[in-house]
Write a protein that binds this ligand. Structure first.
Ligand code: MG
Length: 156
């Protein structure tokens, strides 16, 4: 078995029309996050956790944000590609646990949808939890959203 952890953080975008995408779920009516891809911090943290578990570096190494190919890319696609890489190393996901830190919007109504979406991508149980930064620091000032993820892989 292998364990990996990942963290990702994105600031809110200036563009008011940019959608907020977390865990592959579009959260209607919320301000979007800025970034080269769709800025899905949950998918990015999870993908980094998978890469860490198999010792393949980090997301930036495989999908550099200087490469126009990845501009605006759907991060569920990146996560799928990372899982394919792990599978090529002989591993499949066993379970994963994610914690999203956001003071706004309120994410509790969306965590089940994110968990279901990610579970279908990983092919295993995925837990998504939401917490707030209680006004502390940049996350507490609602300048962005962060996600922490842990994944367990087992030999395919
Ligand atoms: Mg990211």
């Amino acid at each position: 078995m292998r364990i990996g952890q990942g963290i990702d953080i994105h600031r809110f975008a200036d563009d008011p029309h940019r959608p907020l995408v977390l865990g592959g779920v579009v959260i209607e009516g919320a301000r979007g996050l800025g970034g080269h891809s769709d800025a899905d911090a949950v998918c990015h943290a999870l993908a980094d956790a998978v890469l860490g578990a198999v010792g393949l570096g980090d997301l930036g190494r495989h999908f550099p944000d200087t490469d126009p190919v990845w501009e605006g890319v759907n991060s569920v696609g990146l996560l799928t590609e990372v899982l394919r890489m792990a599978h090529a190393e002989g591993f499949v996901a066993s379970n994963a646990d994610c914690t999203v830190i956001a003071d706004t919007p309120r994410l509790a109504p969306h965590t089940d949808a994110m968990a279901a979406r990610l579970g279908s991508v990983l092919g295993c149980p995925v837990s998504v939890k939401a917490t707030r930064a209680e006004g502390l620091g940049a996350l507490g000032r609602a300048e962005g959203i962060a996600c922490l993820a842990v994944v367990l892989l087992e030999q395919a």
